[in-house]
Design a protein. Structure first.
Lengths: 376, 457, 102
């Protein structure tokens, strides 16, 4: 046996890393196992939106919990993950005026969940955000949303957990997990075995491989984000900007980092291959993304992109994660399948899972994320 | 069956000879090239209105340059030639091109990558000052534009290009302050057996050195660069180095041409998902290929310096060989005699190149010794100390990981000019073999791509 | 020394005039933008992340250190763009044309 602890976490993304940190806060011993390096796939390659608006209403308590962590991330982690509470604007196009009503309705509901949104149109919108194109009709502005650097975030959580005593094993591919008596025994490809009475699966697109071993298969679909970044230009765009639309192709977003580069995302998602550990940006997706970006912010057409990337994300059919206790096996917990929108809530997920594991309950509503919804 | 669609990327000696072989087989290949004209970097053709003769431009290689240009001119009407066009990505049997804002996806059955090389750089404190140029850049300035990169130029680094460009500058009337070679003269002696694979080229090299000395240019072997000094506003004003005896010297100059031989431009092979392997002699990762140029991915062929740095003469041979291999794989030709002869030629060039690599070794230890305040990544302004601090804080020891945390290699040039030195620094700092650091993964676009791509408005 | 590059010949080419930072600059047909600028000045642009000015590095379109701007905000890579009459080049990055005060 290579190690025994109170909790084994399989999957070193943002969920697993933050859960490890908060479990240490509850005084539990933790072993975090990661196939590759911490935070290298969905957690490290996403857009970096720290965005509450636009989430399903039932996610807002979790998102609110998360934002409190993001705000204190520098002190909590002892590292700068480039979190900026610089606002988020979600806009809709003139050809979809019906979405203005949907924005108003969302804002009314969100207010009850503690999220204040300001609806802007016409001169007020263009005065505040002059980079928006002529096609933009209206926008919903959240002053307290923002963005952070995904490349840095999950590794910073894992290092902070390590400093508090969590054991982190990278390059540890798990091939088997079983419950033997009171304990879970988790076996790595190289034969190392780890034992603990509690197992938390935060394995993203690989989550189904483990949940299936406990009779809980989920229809997870691997995909990859379509990301680009420009050369650095003077810092002038404070909020993250995204489009509200029913068409996937139109769904683009961008944000400018303080150093000046503008990160672009969306339009379409690419294929990803969890078994081969690779994800690719399809060139046609880059072209379609840039076309949509020109429509959203025509001035960006003067700039060059210098790099594109993707990563392996796990999507579930209803775009909601699997999060909470197993329905078949006591001591087993899940938090995976965040369907391309887990970054903002990630630290909140970690704190909530730690709370559930350490205290047996949470006030955060998690019923919509039950693994049982996929039971036959 | 319709004619196979053959696309050749690069119009240097490898690409031209590959295209010529395809034309001779009755096909109409497509050549895509970033340059305004054919010739690549080595046989770069000067723009209109320039009148210098071949001998003046290409020296001992004038005949070869002219022959490659003539070969291109002869097939010009029988190929689909697309100059000033960037191949920025490859996927699903298509290359994706950009010419200004025009974008196109071209399908291929055979893709012959003749993407050439860029300078291999070892950072020196102060190399970010205006007036520091790559050796290849210094040569382009002279060959293609008839200018010197400064009023008083120091050539620093190692490799055959160091002596070639310095002597070309002298001959053109530039003020060459010194040639500073980091490799010790004794290395050349040890490399002699391999260098004798090409006695005439070796002799050309000896003559270049003699010409420099006759012109009164100070040539130092076995130097250690210390610092390029200068002013942030006005650029560099001199440099400091230690000679082989360890004495520190200072030279006033307003330009430094620096480089340590070359590195393949292998991004497209990477994006085509070709396998790479570590080459211990040059301490670089190279796309794998068989003796004829077949990459690990079916339909992809690699030739010229873009595959491995074997020089322009080898590029002509390996370009033609790769095309013949592709044609043979398509069942269109089977001149095994010529292929056998070309393999022999490439083997000779490879032996000579091995000699060059030993005569002018990459000074890996300089990366380890870079002072903390020295800029390592010019694009992102990351210092050696920044990278070391990130390694200490995060434990990163893998190239892409260190890039993600420190931004080394994350800028506009995508690590072309800092990536190899950064890997050496990481290896030294972590105390691990360089191959364990890995290589920076290629990411599209191969060069910056305008957001206006495909905008027909 | 107000210029960086030194012409070593080929000076019989026809002249042309472009504007750099508002001032007329004489160049020769066949010059790259980089040569046109550095045959008259010392630098091409300011580094984004350090105090130093830059003047290009590789001259073959690989290092991306020589991008300059037109007065209308377009981006040009000086080493791979030919100088042309009537070009209006700026060597300092224009302020973003979309100031926000959110």
């Amino acid at each position: 046996m290579s190690g025994a602890s109170d909790v084994i976490i399989v999957g070193g993304g943002l969920m697993g890393s933050s859960a490890a940190l908060f479990l240490r806060g509850h005084g539990m011993s933790v072993t975090l196992l990661e196939t590759d390096l911490i935070g290298r796939q969905a957690s490290g390659t996403n857009f970096g939106n720290v965005r509450r608006q636009g989430r399903a209403m039932h996610q807002l308590p979790l998102a609110n919990r998360a934002i409190a962590i993001w705000r204190k991330s520098r002190e909590l982690l002892g590292a700068d993950v480039e979190y900026l509470q610089s606002g988020h604007i979600r806009v809709c196009y003139r050809e979809r005026p019906e979405l203005v009503g949907a924005m108003e309705e969302y804002a009314d509901q969100a207010r009850h969940e503690g999220l204040d949104l300001e609806l802007l149109s016409g001169n007020a919108l263009r005065d505040k955000f002059p980079f928006l194109g002529a096609d933009v009709l209206a926008g919903s502005y959240s002053a307290t949303d923002g963005h952070a650097n995904p490349r840095l975030a999950a590794p910073a959580f894992a290092r902070a957990a390590q400093k508090l005593g969590a054991i982190v094993h990278e390059n540890t591919k798990i091939v088997d997990a079983q419950k033997l008596g009171e304990d879970f025994v988790v076996t790595a490809a190289d034969g190392r075995r780890f034992r603990a009475p509690i197992l938390l699966v935060t394995a993203g697109a690989w989550g189904n491989a483990l949940s299936s071993q406990f009779g809980e298969p989920v229809p997870i679909m691997p995909r990859g984000p379509n990301m680009s970044v420009t050369e650095p230009v003077p810092y002038a765009i404070l909020p993250a900007v995204g489009v509200m639309t029913p068409l996937e192709e139109e769904t683009v977003y961008f944000r400018q980092v303080a150093r000046g580069n503008i990160v672009l995302g969306g339009s379409t998602r690419g294929p990803s291959f969890p078994d081969a550990y690779r994800a690719y940006v399809l060139p046609q997706n880059t072209v379609s993304q840039l076309k949509q970006i020109r429509r959203l912010a025509p001035q960006l057409g003067k700039l060059n992109i210098i790099r594109v990337w993707s990563g392996i994300e796990g999507y579930l059919p209803d775009s909601q994660p699997v999060m909470g206790p197993s329905a078949t096996t006591s001591g087993l917990y899940y938090a995976f399948g965040f369907s391309g929108s887990g970054f903002q809530i990630g630290p909140g997920v970690g704190e909530t899972m730690a709370e559930i594991i350490a205290k047996g309950h949470t006030d955060i509503p998690i019923a919509p994320y039950s693994v049982a919804r996929f039971a036959q | 069956m319709a004619d196979p669609r053959i696309i050749i990327v690069g119009a240097g000696p490898a690409g031209v000879r590959a295209a010529e072989a395809c034309v001779q087989a009755g096909l109409r290949p497509t050549i895509i090239d970033e340059g305004r004209r054919d010739g690549g970097q080595i046989y770069r053709r000067q723009p209109d209105h320039f009148t210098r003769p071949y001998q003046k431009l290409y020296g001992t290689e004038a005949g070869r340059a002219q022959a490659v240009h003539q070969a291109f001119d002869a097939i010009r009407d029988r190929i689909d030639y697309r100059p000033e066009t960037l191949v920025w990505n490859i996927a699903d049997g298509h290359i994706w091109t950009a010419k200004a804002t025009a974008q196109e996806a071209l399908p291929f059955d055979v893709l012959i990558l003749c993407t050439g090389a860029t300078d291999r750089l070892m950072p020196v404190k102060g190399w970010n000052f205006a007036g520091a140029y790559s050796l290849g850049g210094a040569q382009v300035a002279l060959k293609s534009q008839a200018v010197s990169i400064g009023h008083r130029v120091v050539f620093m680094g190692s490799g055959p290009l160091l002596y070639l460009v310095a002597s070309q500058y002298v001959e053109a009337g530039a003020d060459v302050a010194a040639v500073l070679d980091t490799s010790p003269f004794t290395a050349r002696v040890k490399a002699l057996p391999d260098l004798l694979a090409m006695p005439s080229v070796l002799w050309n090299g000896v003559r270049l050195t003699q010409a420099l000395k006759r012109a009164g240019v100070a040539v130092h072997h076995g130097v250690t660069p210390v610092e390029i000094v200068g002013d942030p506003h006005d650029g560099l004003g001199g440099l400091r180095f230690r000679d082989r005896g360890g004495t520190e010297r200072r030279i006033a100059c307003d330009a430094v041409a620096m480089g340590h031989h070359l590195r393949p431009e292998a991004q497209l092979a990477d994006l085509a998902r070709c396998a790479f392997a570590f080459d211990p002699l040059t301490r670089q990762w190279l796309a794998e290929r068989d003796g004829d140029g077949r990459a690990s991915v079916a339909g992809i062929y690699l030739a010229g310096d873009g595959a491995k740095i074997l020089g322009a003469r080898s590029a002509e041979a390996s370009g033609r060989l790769a095309a013949l291999a592709a044609l043979a794989d398509l069942g269109l030709t089977s001149d095994t005699g010529e292929m056998e002869r070309l393999r022999g030629d490439v083997a000779t060039y490879a032996r000579f190149a091995r000699g060059l690599a030993r005569a002018f070794p990459w000074p890996a230890q300089q990366a380890a010794a870079l002072p903390d305040e020295a800029i390592l990544c010019r694009c992102e302004g990351v210092t050696a100390g920044d990278l070391r601090a990130v390694m200490r804080e995060t434990g990163a020891q893998e190239a892409n990981r260190a890039k993600a945390f420190s931004r080394v290699g994350m800028g506009r040039c995508q690590g072309r000019y800092c990536g190899l030195a950064a890997a050496e620094l990481i290896a030294a700092e972590a105390g691990i073999p360089i191959e364990q650091v890995g290589r920076l993964r290629g990411q599209a676009p191969v060069k910056p791509l305008t957001i206006a791509i495909g905008d027909d408005a | 020394m107000s210029r960086r590059f030194v012409r070593l010949g080929e000076t019989d080419r026809p002249p042309l005039t472009l504007h750099v930072d508002g001032r007329p600059v004489e160049a020769l047909v066949g010059d790259t933008l980089m040569v046109a600028l550095l045959a008259h000045g010392r630098t091409l642009r300011q580094s984004e992340f350090g105090p130093e000015a830059r003047a290009g590095f590789c001259l073959m379109g690989a290092c991306q250190d020589c991008w300059v701007w037109t007065e209308t905000g377009d981006r040009l890579r000086a080493c791979s763009t030919l100088a042309a009459s009537g070009q209006r080049i700026v060597t300092s990055q224009p302020e973003a044309s979309w100031p926000t005060h959110a």
